[in-house]
Design a protein around this ligand. Sequence first.
Ligand SMILES: [Ca+2]
Length: 274
Amino acid sequence: MPNQTFSRGSRYDLVLVPTACRLELRRGTQQFYGFSERVERIQYIGSCRIELVWWLFVTEEENNAMQSKMRLLAASVAVLSVAMSQAMFTNGDFETGDLTGWTVGLTPNGATVVQDVQVFETVLGTPSNAGHFRVGQAVFTSGVQEGINLTQRLTLTGGVTYDLYFDVAANNTGTGGNSSGGVFTAIVDGAFVGSSWNSGSISGLTTLRNSVTGSFTPNTTGLYEVGIRITRPFTTGASGLNQYVDNASVSAVPEPATMLALGAGLLALARRRK
Ligand SMILES: [Ca+2]
């Protein structure tokens, strides 16, 4: 297939097929399958294994042809291959229908009279299973925030920045208002790693929604308690007051930039080949 060479000035798209751990180069409907030739260097970003490798991109027909012919037709380019083993929450979307993967811990004077999973519109218009709590103080202590830490133990890599994300909501099914719907903050090992969202007072028959983010860069690689703290400065007496959490995620910050950089580099290289 002598016409299947890389064309100067043509646009090629680099596509990562994560389910197959395979890179493909595409031009229109034509697909070039990638074969890793040799590993030049291995490094870790987050818990992702990044390999700098040389790839041969060939068509399916070329794959069936002789090796010498394949080498004449194919371009070899250096790309980064990402092995997906990124730190992530188990059941971050609560779609198991229970609190699988999550640990509910109490703050020193904290309590929750509900800890389960219910279908709720934590994000307006998108009902789905969400962590459901009814938090506050065990014993009334004026002005002190108390409740729960909802966490998971994750292996994080030293020097890597991790972004945390949670959709949250406070919901009052009672007809009377309450002075606090809840305070939500991303935490790592019990410390705040983002700004809090304080729902403030909540009227009767009302839902207040927001998202909470955080950012954390561990000094050393190891296990960390990662999650969200939900508190109120009152006891748990109000029966119709609920707090919800959904769509919890952790992502290593450098990864997308790395992937973009490698894509641009690959295309530039491919364009120079004939
Ligand atoms: Ca969900």
